[in-house]
Design a protein around this ligand. Structure first.
Ligand SMILES: [Zn+2]
Length: 326
């Protein structure tokens, strides 16, 4: 059996202090790159330097595999397409972001606007939030679509002289894929498993158009799915590689459980709308730019509603939650 080499982690800047994103160079017969960072001149230089240090050039990359379509995971792709002949493998679910990006972004914006209008934001902050989302980076149409190949749940990918199974693990986003070796208990986890709990971003439900996805619920289901594999080696999309995935997942789940109960407490104390509950639970967060607490609140509300501990009512287009005594 050919020896399996360790992936080389390349850490790139997110342009925000101390925050970074990983891509992984995986040596083997087919030199493979998993994800490709956020686009910037600085990151492009860092990326090439790191390749050179390991004896490679961009032109040596034969295959790029993408875990999900977020801008911090596909940023350098156009530059890599130009400087190499690599085949690009992407989840079939994200094809539209490359073939018709304007349409995709427009639909995304429309949904976000509609969602924000339900959450009880003061009008001025809602406007700021909309502007912030509109100004977010746009995706460019890719001319080299013939170099793209797609994969789906259960497909086998080949890199590092070995085989990996592609699993769709929604939660961070519906399109999140991880690459798993069941026997060796290793995983490239994208933003599904991270040293710090992943953000359950609320977007339109691909299976239920116009409805928000229950992102935190999905994340919990994906956690349970991955726990069964007792994964020992994790190559995450952000932060350092780690071992013993289950202990990290269980810590994150315990914290979410605690915060969900605090959310229930906030509703008992009279905070009714997602905005009000967010302000009570995450008073230190600036929104925009930081919507992470809002996504957590929406996730906790879904779970509490499902447990019958709160009741949702839409009043003048605003989601309003009432505490229920059990
Ligand atoms: Zn990410």
């Amino acid at each position: 059996m050919e020896k399996i080499k360790s992936p080389i982690r390349i850490e790139l800047s997110l342009g925000i202090m101390f925050q970074s994103v990983n891509c992984y160079l995986v040596p083997g017969k087919v030199l493979t790159l998993i994800d490709c960072g956020l686009d910037s001149e600085e990151n492009w230089q860092t990326f090439q330097k790191k390749l050179n240090e390991n004896g490679y050039q961009v032109a040596d990359i034969k295959q790029v595999i993408i875990t999900h379509e977020h801008i911090d995971h596909i940023g350098l792709l156009p530059r890599i397409l130009e400087k190499s002949e690599a085949t690009i493998r992407i989840p079939k679910m994200i094809e539209g972001w490359f073939s018709r990006p304007t349409e995709m972004k427009e639909a995304y914006l429309q949904f976000k606007k509609k969602l924000l209008s339900n959450l009880g934001f003061p009008k001025d902050i809602e406007q700021q939030a909309i502007r912030f989302i509109e100004e977010g980076r746009s995706y460019k149409k890719v001319d080299d679509l013939h170099r793209f190949e797609t994969f789906e749940e259960g497909d086998i990918l080949h890199f590092g002289n070995t085989q990996w199974e592609a699993l769709n693990t929604p939660g961070h986003c519906p399109t999140q894929f991880v690459f798993l070796q069941k026997k060796q208990k290793r995983i490239f986890s994208g933003d599904m498993l991270l040293p710090i709990a992943p953000m359950p971003i609320v977007t339109e439900d691909p299976n239920n158009p116009d409805q928000p996805i229950r992102a935190l619920k999905e994340l919990q289901l994906s956690f349970e799915r991955l726990k069964k594999y007792q994964i020992q080696q994790v190559y995450p999309g952000h932060g350092l590689e780690f071992t013993d995935a289950n202990s990290i997942i269980e810590k994150q789940q315990a914290r979410m459980q605690m915060r969900k109960n605090e959310c229930y407490g906030a509703i008992k104390n009279g905070h009714q709308t997602p905005y009000e509950i967010n302000r009570a639970m995450y008073p230190y967060q600036m929104m925009p730019p930081d919507f992470s607490g809002l996504y957590m609140v929406l996730g906790y509300l879904d779970l509490l509603e499902e447990e019958g501990r709160i009741q949702k009512e839409t009043i003048n287009n605003t989601w309003t939650y009432k505490w229920r005594k059990l």
